[in-house]
Write a protein that binds this ligand. Structure first.
Ligand code: AMP
Length: 279
């Protein structure tokens, strides 16, 4: 595995690969890698000649008072996992390389970034879209893989790719969960054992919404009420949002239909956890 830190070096490598006619799969991450990240990489390995994965904790997608400084960093562990999963190029750029002095250009996906996580994390998706576009320009992937766990992020990126005519295929991969149902996340490391047990209510609430939907219930208010009851009965934590939205446009729906998504964010201890289920 080739470990690359510099943007210029990464660009030269991808330029060389393109010249040789090689295809590139790309998995961008913020590190503290877990099985969720690794399934994206394993799939990327199958889809192209060369697999590039990046670790970059992107400062522009964190708001003031969020966990940028405290975000788990585990370079040695990440390198070991990447190498084991068949990553060919591990790209670890530094913040000063991605955002040099004078940086002032951003991408905004104006509507999709507003609801759900965008409402409580203003500027978050602007930071995400900007860094993903930059990474795409540096790595020049043919295919890039993202998790459906960050459902809104996936929709934002798909929209950006369409709107800006980017030449990259976006693949959304299923959510990888612990045996308990808890969606894997780097932020689960913030949880005590007791909080981890309480956090299982997030996937339970979504599972109940889906069960009721599959049983024929269509009223979003009724579906959401059943989910909220599970969250409050288990004292999971403070609910940031629990909503049912159109799976593509993320517009709110009163009556749920197949293809919609039930999504939530709940603060459990100091971890703000997100999860979703597609109906
Ligand atoms: P992150 O490091 O949290 O920015 O995530 C990097 C990529 O891994 C994103 O595309 C996430 O959606 C994806 N990812 C994170 N957790 C999971 C999970 N539990 N299952 C599937 N994909 C995930």
């Amino acid at each position: 595995m080739n470990v690359v830190k510099g943007v210029a070096e990464m660009k030269a490598l991808s330029r060389g690969l393109k010249r040789e006619g090689k295809t590139i799969a790309f998995v961008p991450t913020m590190g503290a890698l877990h099985e969720g990240h690794l399934t994206l990489m394993a799939e990327g390995k199958k889809r192209a000649d060369v697999l590039v994965a990046s670790v970059f904790v992107n400062p522009t997608q964190f708001g003031p008072g969020e966990d940028y400084k405290k975000y788990t960093r585990d370079t040695d562990g990440d390198l070991e996992k990447m190498s084991r999963t068949g990553v060919d190029i591990a790209f670890f750029p530094g913040p000063e390389e991605i955002y040099p002095p004078g940086f002032q250009t951003y991408v905004e996906v104006t509507e999709l970034e507003k609801p759900l996580c965008g409402a409580s994390r203003p500027g978050h998706f602007r930071g995400v879209a900007t860094v993903v576009l930059k990474l795409f320009n540096i790595v020049r992937p043919d295919v890039a893989l993202f998790g459906r766990k960050d459902y809104q992020q996936l929709q934002v990126i798909k929209r950006m790719v369409r709107d800006l005519d980017l030449d990259v295929e976006i693949v959304g991969m299923p959510i990888v969960r612990e045996a308990s149902g808890l969606a894997m996340s780097s932020r689960n490391a913030y949880l005590s054992e007791e909080q981890k047990t309480r956090a299982v209510a997030l996937s339970k609430a979504l599972g109940e919404i889906k069960r009721k939907f599959d049983g024929g219930e269509r009223k979003a208010s009724v579906l959401l009420e059943s989910g909220k009851r599970i969250l409050s009965d288990s004292s999971a934590g403070e609910i940031d949002y629990l909503e049912i939205r159109n799976g593509d446009t993320l517009e709110e729906v009163m009556l749920a239909s197949p293809g919609d998504v039930a999504a939530l964010a709940v603060k459990v201890g100091r971890a703000r956890l997100i999860d979703n289920i597609e109906l």
